[in-house]
Design a protein around this ligand. Structure first.
Ligand code: 5AD
Ligand code: SF4
Length: 465
Protein backbone atom coordinates (compact mmCIF):
# COMPACT_ATOMS: atom_id res chain seq x y z
CA UNK A 1 0.00 0.00 0.00
CA UNK A 2 1.14 3.51 -0.87
CA UNK A 3 0.75 5.90 2.03
CA UNK A 4 0.94 9.61 2.57
CA UNK A 5 2.77 10.09 5.85
CA UNK A 6 0.38 11.68 8.37
CA UNK A 7 0.93 15.17 9.80
CA UNK A 8 1.26 13.60 13.26
CA UNK A 9 4.13 11.42 12.09
CA UNK A 10 5.84 14.38 10.42
CA UNK A 11 5.41 16.39 13.66
CA UNK A 12 7.00 13.50 15.54
CA UNK A 13 10.02 13.66 13.23
CA UNK A 14 10.26 17.44 13.80
CA UNK A 15 10.35 16.60 17.52
CA UNK A 16 13.32 14.29 16.93
CA UNK A 17 15.00 17.04 14.89
CA UNK A 18 14.76 19.35 17.90
CA UNK A 19 16.17 16.66 20.19
CA UNK A 20 19.17 16.05 17.93
CA UNK A 21 19.70 19.80 17.55
CA UNK A 22 19.71 20.04 21.36
CA UNK A 23 22.37 17.30 21.63
CA UNK A 24 24.43 18.99 18.90
CA UNK A 25 24.21 22.42 20.52
CA UNK A 26 26.34 21.17 23.44
CA UNK A 27 29.71 20.78 21.68
CA UNK A 28 31.33 22.44 18.68
CA UNK A 29 29.04 22.36 15.62
CA UNK A 30 29.09 18.88 14.04
CA UNK A 31 29.92 18.26 10.39
CA UNK A 32 28.13 16.01 7.87
CA UNK A 33 29.32 14.65 4.55
CA UNK A 34 26.51 13.57 2.20
CA UNK A 35 27.53 11.84 -1.03
CA UNK A 36 24.78 11.26 -3.58
CA UNK A 37 25.23 8.80 -6.45
CA UNK A 38 22.88 8.46 -9.45
CA UNK A 39 20.07 10.38 -11.02
CA UNK A 40 18.28 13.68 -10.35
CA UNK A 41 15.70 11.90 -8.21
CA UNK A 42 18.48 10.85 -5.91
CA UNK A 43 20.02 14.33 -5.95
CA UNK A 44 16.63 15.62 -4.86
CA UNK A 45 16.56 13.08 -1.98
CA UNK A 46 20.08 14.24 -1.09
CA UNK A 47 18.75 17.81 -0.77
CA UNK A 48 16.18 16.54 1.73
CA UNK A 49 18.82 14.64 3.71
CA UNK A 50 20.89 17.82 3.88
CA UNK A 51 17.80 19.87 4.76
CA UNK A 52 17.07 17.65 7.76
CA UNK A 53 20.72 17.56 8.84
CA UNK A 54 21.01 21.37 8.60
CA UNK A 55 17.97 21.76 10.88
CA UNK A 56 19.62 19.39 13.33
CA UNK A 57 22.63 21.67 13.58
CA UNK A 58 25.05 20.06 11.09
CA UNK A 59 27.41 21.97 8.85
CA UNK A 60 28.65 20.30 5.65
CA UNK A 61 31.98 19.23 4.21
CA UNK A 62 32.93 17.94 0.77
CA UNK A 63 35.00 15.06 2.16
CA UNK A 64 34.41 12.43 4.82
CA UNK A 65 37.69 13.40 6.58
CA UNK A 66 36.87 14.43 10.12
CA UNK A 67 33.08 14.35 9.55
CA UNK A 68 30.77 13.37 12.43
CA UNK A 69 28.34 11.74 10.07
CA UNK A 70 28.77 10.38 6.56
CA UNK A 71 25.76 9.40 4.45
CA UNK A 72 25.99 7.60 1.11
CA UNK A 73 22.78 8.04 -0.88
CA UNK A 74 23.13 5.22 -3.39
CA UNK A 75 22.11 4.26 -6.94
CA UNK A 76 21.32 0.74 -8.21
CA UNK A 77 20.61 1.34 -11.88
CA UNK A 78 23.80 -0.29 -13.21
CA UNK A 79 26.49 -2.45 -11.67
CA UNK A 80 29.23 0.18 -11.94
CA UNK A 81 27.13 2.57 -9.81
CA UNK A 82 27.02 -0.09 -7.08
CA UNK A 83 30.73 -0.88 -7.42
CA UNK A 84 31.57 2.77 -6.83
CA UNK A 85 29.54 2.83 -3.61
CA UNK A 86 31.27 -0.30 -2.30
CA UNK A 87 34.66 1.19 -3.21
CA UNK A 88 33.88 4.40 -1.34
CA UNK A 89 32.48 2.48 1.64
CA UNK A 90 35.63 0.34 1.85
CA UNK A 91 37.78 3.46 1.90
CA UNK A 92 35.86 4.71 4.97
CA UNK A 93 37.16 1.84 7.11
CA UNK A 94 40.40 3.70 7.92
CA UNK A 95 38.57 6.94 8.64
CA UNK A 96 36.30 5.14 11.10
CA UNK A 97 39.33 3.58 12.84
CA UNK A 98 40.76 7.05 13.35
CA UNK A 99 37.42 8.47 14.39
CA UNK A 100 35.29 5.71 16.00
CA UNK A 101 32.48 8.15 16.90
CA UNK A 102 31.79 8.83 13.23
CA UNK A 103 28.30 7.63 12.20
CA UNK A 104 28.23 6.00 8.77
CA UNK A 105 24.85 5.73 7.05
CA UNK A 106 23.85 4.20 3.72
CA UNK A 107 20.48 4.84 2.06
CA UNK A 108 18.90 5.02 -1.39
CA UNK A 109 18.11 2.51 -4.11
CA UNK A 110 20.90 0.02 -3.48
CA UNK A 111 19.83 -0.88 0.05
CA UNK A 112 16.31 -1.79 -1.07
CA UNK A 113 17.89 -5.04 -2.34
CA UNK A 114 18.29 -7.88 0.13
CA UNK A 115 21.56 -9.20 -1.31
CA UNK A 116 23.09 -5.74 -0.87
CA UNK A 117 22.04 -5.29 2.77
CA UNK A 118 23.35 -8.78 3.47
CA UNK A 119 26.70 -7.84 1.98
CA UNK A 120 26.83 -4.61 4.02
CA UNK A 121 25.93 -6.53 7.20
CA UNK A 122 28.69 -9.09 6.64
CA UNK A 123 31.50 -7.22 4.93
CA UNK A 124 31.13 -3.60 6.05
CA UNK A 125 30.84 -3.77 9.86
CA UNK A 126 31.81 -0.10 10.13
CA UNK A 127 28.43 0.92 8.64
CA UNK A 128 26.14 1.97 11.52
CA UNK A 129 22.87 2.82 9.84
CA UNK A 130 21.10 1.56 6.73
CA UNK A 131 17.72 3.01 5.76
CA UNK A 132 15.50 2.49 2.72
CA UNK A 133 13.88 4.85 0.22
CA UNK A 134 10.62 4.66 2.21
CA UNK A 135 12.18 5.86 5.44
CA UNK A 136 14.07 8.96 4.31
CA UNK A 137 11.74 11.23 6.31
CA UNK A 138 12.60 9.20 9.45
CA UNK A 139 16.25 10.21 9.41
CA UNK A 140 15.79 12.48 12.51
CA UNK A 141 14.49 9.56 14.59
CA UNK A 142 17.09 7.11 13.27
CA UNK A 143 19.86 9.60 13.95
CA UNK A 144 18.57 10.33 17.45
CA UNK A 145 18.62 6.60 18.20
CA UNK A 146 22.18 6.36 16.86
CA UNK A 147 23.37 9.23 19.02
CA UNK A 148 21.71 7.91 22.18
CA UNK A 149 21.90 4.11 21.81
CA UNK A 150 24.81 3.53 19.42
CA UNK A 151 23.34 0.30 18.05
CA UNK A 152 23.84 -0.82 14.49
CA UNK A 153 20.50 -0.49 12.68
CA UNK A 154 19.05 -1.71 9.37
CA UNK A 155 15.70 -0.04 8.80
CA UNK A 156 14.06 -0.99 5.51
CA UNK A 157 10.30 -1.15 5.95
CA UNK A 158 8.25 -3.16 3.43
CA UNK A 159 5.63 -1.44 1.30
CA UNK A 160 4.90 0.09 -2.06
CA UNK A 161 6.18 3.53 -1.14
CA UNK A 162 5.28 6.66 0.78
CA UNK A 163 4.81 10.36 0.14
CA UNK A 164 6.22 12.61 2.86
CA UNK A 165 5.29 16.31 2.57
CA UNK A 166 7.06 18.99 4.56
CA UNK A 167 10.57 17.51 4.78
CA UNK A 168 13.03 20.45 4.94
CA UNK A 169 15.17 20.91 1.82
CA UNK A 170 18.64 22.38 1.42
CA UNK A 171 18.83 23.16 -2.27
CA UNK A 172 22.06 22.83 -4.23
CA UNK A 173 21.13 25.91 -6.26
CA UNK A 174 18.76 28.82 -5.64
CA UNK A 175 18.41 29.48 -9.36
CA UNK A 176 17.73 25.93 -10.59
CA UNK A 177 15.32 24.06 -8.37
CA UNK A 178 14.22 20.40 -8.54
CA UNK A 179 10.68 19.58 -7.52
CA UNK A 180 9.60 15.92 -7.28
CA UNK A 181 6.08 15.47 -8.69
CA UNK A 182 5.82 11.71 -8.37
CA UNK A 183 7.75 8.75 -7.04
CA UNK A 184 8.13 5.13 -8.10
CA UNK A 185 7.42 3.34 -11.36
CA UNK A 186 4.84 0.80 -12.58
CA UNK A 187 6.35 0.01 -15.95
CA UNK A 188 8.60 -2.94 -15.13
CA UNK A 189 10.83 -2.63 -18.19
CA UNK A 190 12.49 -6.00 -18.03
CA UNK A 191 16.05 -4.66 -17.53
CA UNK A 192 15.27 -2.06 -14.87
CA UNK A 193 15.63 -2.31 -11.09
CA UNK A 194 13.83 0.97 -10.32
CA UNK A 195 10.29 -0.45 -9.85
CA UNK A 196 11.72 -2.88 -7.29
CA UNK A 197 13.65 -0.28 -5.29
CA UNK A 198 11.39 2.77 -5.64
CA UNK A 199 7.96 1.13 -5.29
CA UNK A 200 4.71 1.88 -7.10
CA UNK A 201 3.82 5.09 -8.89
CA UNK A 202 2.42 7.74 -6.59
CA UNK A 203 1.83 11.38 -7.40
CA UNK A 204 2.01 14.40 -5.14
CA UNK A 205 -1.12 16.55 -4.96
CA UNK A 206 -1.17 19.17 -7.71
CA UNK A 207 -1.69 21.97 -5.18
CA UNK A 208 1.31 20.87 -3.08
CA UNK A 209 3.50 20.99 -6.20
CA UNK A 210 2.18 24.34 -7.45
CA UNK A 211 2.66 25.99 -4.07
CA UNK A 212 6.22 24.62 -3.81
CA UNK A 213 6.99 26.00 -7.29
CA UNK A 214 5.48 29.41 -6.42
CA UNK A 215 7.56 29.57 -3.25
CA UNK A 216 10.74 28.62 -5.13
CA UNK A 217 10.10 31.29 -7.76
CA UNK A 218 9.48 33.99 -5.19
CA UNK A 219 12.76 32.87 -3.54
CA UNK A 220 14.59 33.51 -6.86
CA UNK A 221 14.33 30.22 -8.80
CA UNK A 222 14.43 30.69 -12.58
CA UNK A 223 14.46 27.05 -13.70
CA UNK A 224 12.10 24.42 -12.29
CA UNK A 225 12.94 20.76 -12.92
CA UNK A 226 9.88 18.55 -12.40
CA UNK A 227 11.04 15.12 -11.35
CA UNK A 228 9.69 11.62 -11.49
CA UNK A 229 10.70 8.20 -12.80
CA UNK A 230 7.94 8.52 -15.39
CA UNK A 231 6.52 12.06 -15.32
CA UNK A 232 4.14 11.48 -18.24
CA UNK A 233 1.92 9.31 -16.07
CA UNK A 234 1.71 11.98 -13.36
CA UNK A 235 -1.66 12.33 -11.65
CA UNK A 236 -3.42 9.27 -13.09
CA UNK A 237 -4.60 8.14 -9.66
CA UNK A 238 -5.59 11.70 -8.68
CA UNK A 239 -7.75 12.37 -11.75
CA UNK A 240 -5.33 14.91 -13.18
CA UNK A 241 -2.48 14.71 -15.71
CA UNK A 242 1.01 15.92 -16.54
CA UNK A 243 -0.51 18.24 -19.19
CA UNK A 244 -2.73 19.86 -16.57
CA UNK A 245 0.21 20.28 -14.20
CA UNK A 246 2.33 21.89 -16.93
CA UNK A 247 -0.47 24.34 -17.75
CA UNK A 248 -0.90 25.27 -14.06
CA UNK A 249 2.82 25.89 -13.60
CA UNK A 250 3.17 27.69 -16.93
CA UNK A 251 0.46 30.11 -15.74
CA UNK A 252 2.46 31.18 -12.66
CA UNK A 253 3.61 34.82 -13.01
CA UNK A 254 7.22 35.63 -13.78
CA UNK A 255 9.88 34.60 -16.27
CA UNK A 256 11.22 31.13 -15.60
CA UNK A 257 11.78 27.86 -17.45
CA UNK A 258 10.07 24.52 -16.83
CA UNK A 259 12.03 21.29 -17.43
CA UNK A 260 11.00 17.72 -16.63
CA UNK A 261 12.47 14.22 -16.45
CA UNK A 262 12.15 11.29 -17.10
CA UNK A 263 9.73 10.53 -19.91
CA UNK A 264 8.43 7.29 -21.37
CA UNK A 265 7.42 7.24 -25.07
CA UNK A 266 4.36 5.08 -24.40
CA UNK A 267 2.78 7.93 -22.38
CA UNK A 268 4.02 10.78 -24.56
CA UNK A 269 0.67 11.63 -26.09
CA UNK A 270 -0.24 14.13 -28.80
CA UNK A 271 -2.19 16.05 -26.17
CA UNK A 272 1.02 16.41 -24.13
CA UNK A 273 2.98 17.57 -27.18
CA UNK A 274 0.23 20.12 -27.96
CA UNK A 275 0.40 21.32 -24.36
CA UNK A 276 4.16 21.72 -24.47
CA UNK A 277 3.93 23.57 -27.80
CA UNK A 278 1.47 26.01 -26.23
CA UNK A 279 3.28 26.50 -22.90
CA UNK A 280 6.04 28.99 -23.68
CA UNK A 281 7.91 28.38 -20.42
CA UNK A 282 8.36 24.65 -21.03
CA UNK A 283 11.74 23.51 -22.36
CA UNK A 284 12.09 22.79 -26.08
CA UNK A 285 14.26 19.82 -25.21
CA UNK A 286 12.62 16.40 -25.54
CA UNK A 287 14.54 13.60 -23.85
CA UNK A 288 12.68 10.49 -24.96
CA UNK A 289 14.51 7.27 -24.03
CA UNK A 290 13.99 4.79 -26.88
CA UNK A 291 16.38 2.08 -25.55
CA UNK A 292 16.40 0.08 -28.81
CA UNK A 293 15.38 0.37 -32.46
CA UNK A 294 14.40 -3.29 -32.83
CA UNK A 295 10.74 -4.22 -32.33
CA UNK A 296 11.78 -7.68 -31.15
CA UNK A 297 14.05 -6.25 -28.44
CA UNK A 298 11.55 -3.54 -27.46
CA UNK A 299 9.05 -6.33 -26.83
CA UNK A 300 11.53 -8.30 -24.73
CA UNK A 301 12.27 -5.08 -22.85
CA UNK A 302 8.51 -4.70 -22.16
CA UNK A 303 8.57 -1.12 -23.45
CA UNK A 304 5.04 -1.25 -24.90
CA UNK A 305 5.78 0.69 -28.11
CA UNK A 306 7.39 -0.19 -31.43
CA UNK A 307 9.80 1.75 -33.65
CA UNK A 308 6.95 3.07 -35.84
CA UNK A 309 5.16 4.41 -32.73
CA UNK A 310 8.39 6.14 -31.77
CA UNK A 311 8.77 7.70 -35.22
CA UNK A 312 5.15 8.88 -34.96
CA UNK A 313 5.91 10.73 -31.71
CA UNK A 314 9.11 12.26 -33.09
CA UNK A 315 7.41 13.42 -36.30
CA UNK A 316 4.58 15.03 -34.33
CA UNK A 317 7.08 16.81 -32.05
CA UNK A 318 8.95 18.12 -35.11
CA UNK A 319 5.71 19.33 -36.63
CA UNK A 320 4.44 21.10 -33.50
CA UNK A 321 7.76 22.29 -32.04
CA UNK A 322 10.00 22.82 -35.09
CA UNK A 323 13.01 24.04 -33.11
CA UNK A 324 12.95 21.12 -30.65
CA UNK A 325 16.14 19.39 -29.53
CA UNK A 326 15.87 15.61 -29.26
CA UNK A 327 17.95 13.29 -27.08
CA UNK A 328 17.56 9.70 -25.99
CA UNK A 329 18.88 6.78 -23.92
CA UNK A 330 19.98 3.57 -25.62
CA UNK A 331 20.96 0.23 -24.15
CA UNK A 332 23.39 -1.88 -26.18
CA UNK A 333 23.68 -5.62 -25.66
CA UNK A 334 20.32 -6.49 -24.13
CA UNK A 335 20.08 -10.29 -23.56
CA UNK A 336 19.47 -12.05 -26.87
CA UNK A 337 20.14 -8.94 -28.97
CA UNK A 338 21.72 -9.87 -32.31
CA UNK A 339 23.80 -7.74 -34.62
CA UNK A 340 20.71 -7.46 -36.86
CA UNK A 341 18.71 -6.06 -33.93
CA UNK A 342 21.53 -3.66 -33.17
CA UNK A 343 21.50 -2.48 -36.81
CA UNK A 344 17.83 -1.58 -36.32
CA UNK A 345 18.97 0.70 -33.49
CA UNK A 346 21.57 2.25 -35.79
CA UNK A 347 18.95 2.85 -38.46
CA UNK A 348 16.62 4.46 -35.92
CA UNK A 349 19.43 6.75 -34.81
CA UNK A 350 20.14 7.67 -38.44
CA UNK A 351 16.47 8.36 -39.11
CA UNK A 352 15.76 10.49 -36.00
CA UNK A 353 19.07 12.40 -35.93
CA UNK A 354 19.25 13.00 -32.20
CA UNK A 355 21.19 16.03 -30.94
CA UNK A 356 22.93 13.72 -28.49
CA UNK A 357 22.58 10.29 -26.92
CA UNK A 358 23.14 8.69 -23.54
CA UNK A 359 24.38 5.20 -24.29
CA UNK A 360 24.76 2.27 -21.89
CA UNK A 361 25.94 -1.30 -22.14
CA UNK A 362 23.32 -3.61 -20.63
CA UNK A 363 24.02 -4.41 -16.99
CA UNK A 364 22.15 -7.38 -15.47
CA UNK A 365 20.18 -6.42 -12.35
CA UNK A 366 19.35 -9.23 -9.93
CA UNK A 367 15.60 -9.83 -9.59
CA UNK A 368 14.64 -8.35 -12.98
CA UNK A 369 13.18 -10.45 -15.81
CA UNK A 370 16.04 -9.69 -18.21
CA UNK A 371 18.61 -11.02 -15.74
CA UNK A 372 17.04 -14.49 -16.27
CA UNK A 373 17.21 -14.34 -20.07
CA UNK A 374 19.97 -16.11 -22.01
CA UNK A 375 22.71 -13.62 -22.90
CA UNK A 376 25.10 -15.31 -25.33
CA UNK A 377 26.89 -12.27 -26.81
CA UNK A 378 30.33 -11.59 -25.29
CA UNK A 379 31.24 -8.37 -23.51
CA UNK A 380 33.88 -7.75 -26.21
CA UNK A 381 31.31 -7.98 -28.98
CA UNK A 382 28.93 -5.67 -27.11
CA UNK A 383 31.81 -3.23 -26.68
CA UNK A 384 32.34 -3.23 -30.46
CA UNK A 385 28.65 -2.47 -31.12
CA UNK A 386 28.76 0.23 -28.49
CA UNK A 387 31.70 1.96 -30.20
CA UNK A 388 29.96 1.66 -33.56
CA UNK A 389 26.91 3.43 -32.12
CA UNK A 390 29.11 6.20 -30.69
CA UNK A 391 30.73 6.67 -34.09
CA UNK A 392 27.41 6.91 -35.92
CA UNK A 393 26.01 9.38 -33.38
CA UNK A 394 29.30 11.33 -33.38
CA UNK A 395 28.94 11.88 -37.13
CA UNK A 396 25.24 12.86 -36.84
CA UNK A 397 25.77 15.13 -33.84
CA UNK A 398 28.90 16.81 -35.16
CA UNK A 399 27.18 19.60 -37.03
CA UNK A 400 23.81 19.43 -35.29
CA UNK A 401 24.28 22.74 -33.47
CA UNK A 402 25.13 24.68 -36.66
CA UNK A 403 21.39 25.14 -37.15
CA UNK A 404 21.33 27.52 -34.19
CA UNK A 405 23.94 29.93 -35.62
CA UNK A 406 22.43 33.32 -36.43
CA UNK A 407 19.37 32.78 -34.24
CA UNK A 408 18.57 34.66 -31.02
CA UNK A 409 17.40 32.91 -27.85
CA UNK A 410 16.23 33.93 -24.39
CA UNK A 411 18.91 32.58 -22.05
CA UNK A 412 19.17 32.47 -18.26
CA UNK A 413 22.62 33.62 -17.06
CA UNK A 414 23.62 30.76 -14.78
CA UNK A 415 27.24 31.45 -13.85
CA UNK A 416 30.80 31.41 -15.16
CA UNK A 417 31.40 30.18 -18.71
CA UNK A 418 32.04 26.54 -19.55
CA UNK A 419 34.34 27.21 -22.51
CA UNK A 420 36.18 30.13 -20.80
CA UNK A 421 35.75 31.34 -17.23
CA UNK A 422 35.82 34.97 -18.39
CA UNK A 423 32.49 34.36 -20.15
CA UNK A 424 29.02 33.74 -18.71
CA UNK A 425 27.07 30.54 -19.35
CA UNK A 426 23.46 29.58 -19.79
CA UNK A 427 21.25 27.29 -21.84
CA UNK A 428 19.00 27.92 -24.83
CA UNK A 429 15.33 26.86 -24.59
CA UNK A 430 16.51 23.62 -26.26
CA UNK A 431 18.82 23.01 -23.27
CA UNK A 432 21.99 23.62 -25.30
CA UNK A 433 24.90 25.22 -23.45
CA UNK A 434 25.77 28.71 -24.64
CA UNK A 435 28.61 30.93 -23.44
CA UNK A 436 28.66 34.69 -23.97
CA UNK A 437 30.35 37.86 -22.75
CA UNK A 438 28.64 39.69 -19.92
CA UNK A 439 28.94 41.10 -16.44
CA UNK A 440 28.58 38.69 -13.52
CA UNK A 441 25.85 40.94 -12.13
CA UNK A 442 23.59 39.44 -14.83
CA UNK A 443 23.67 36.00 -13.17
CA UNK A 444 20.09 35.03 -12.35
CA UNK A 445 18.60 37.15 -15.15
CA UNK A 446 17.31 36.27 -18.63
CA UNK A 447 19.03 37.96 -21.60
CA UNK A 448 18.72 37.74 -25.41
CA UNK A 449 21.71 35.93 -26.89
CA UNK A 450 22.49 35.80 -30.62
CA UNK A 451 24.38 32.62 -31.55
CA UNK A 452 27.61 33.24 -33.44
CA UNK A 453 29.45 29.96 -33.39
CA UNK A 454 28.75 26.26 -32.76
CA UNK A 455 30.96 23.54 -31.31
CA UNK A 456 29.64 20.00 -31.17
CA UNK A 457 28.77 20.34 -27.47
CA UNK A 458 28.18 24.07 -26.91
CA UNK A 459 27.44 27.41 -28.55
CA UNK A 460 29.09 30.82 -28.37
CA UNK A 461 26.89 33.91 -28.57
CA UNK A 462 26.57 37.60 -27.87
CA UNK A 463 24.06 39.49 -25.74
CA UNK A 464 21.82 41.75 -27.82
CA UNK A 465 19.02 44.05 -26.74
N1 5AD B 1 21.57 -1.72 -17.89
C1 5AD B 1 21.97 -0.69 -18.67
N2 5AD B 1 21.34 0.48 -18.72
C2 5AD B 1 20.22 0.63 -17.96
N3 5AD B 1 19.38 1.67 -17.81
C3 5AD B 1 18.44 1.32 -16.91
N4 5AD B 1 18.65 0.07 -16.49
C4 5AD B 1 19.75 -0.39 -17.12
C5 5AD B 1 20.46 -1.61 -17.11
N5 5AD B 1 20.06 -2.65 -16.36
C6 5AD B 1 19.51 2.92 -18.57
C7 5AD B 1 18.28 3.17 -19.44
C8 5AD B 1 17.60 4.29 -18.72
C9 5AD B 1 18.76 5.03 -18.11
C10 5AD B 1 18.41 5.92 -16.98
O1 5AD B 1 19.60 3.99 -17.67
O2 5AD B 1 18.72 3.58 -20.73
O3 5AD B 1 16.81 5.10 -19.59
FE1 SF4 C 1 19.76 5.14 -9.81
FE2 SF4 C 1 17.34 4.74 -10.65
FE3 SF4 C 1 17.76 5.03 -8.10
FE4 SF4 C 1 17.99 7.06 -9.73
S1 SF4 C 1 16.14 5.94 -9.22
S2 SF4 C 1 19.36 6.54 -8.12
S3 SF4 C 1 18.85 6.08 -11.56
S4 SF4 C 1 18.48 3.38 -9.37
Amino acid sequence: MTTKISQEEMAQQRGFMEKVAEINSKGSPPVAHVHTFGCQQNVSDGEKIKGMLAQMGYGFSDTPDGADIVIFNTCAVRENAEDRVFGNLGALKHEKRRNPDMIIGVCGCMVQQEHITRKIKQSFPHVDLVFGTNSLHMLPQLLYEQLTERKRKFFIPEGDGVIAEGVPVRRESRLKVSVPIMYGCNNFCSYCIVPYVRGRERSRELLDIVSEVKRAISDGAREILLLGQNVNSYGKELGTSFSELLREINAIDGEFRICYMSSHPKDFTRELIDTIAECEKVTRHFHLPVQSGSDRILKLMNRRYGREDYFGIIDYIREKVPDAALTSDIIVGFPGETYEDFCETLSLVERVKFDSLYTFIYSPRKGTKAAEMPDPVSADEKGKWFRELLEVQGRIGENAYNRYVGRTFRVLCEGDGRTQSSLLTGKTPQDVIVDFEGDRSLIGQFVNVKIEKAFNWALIGKIIN
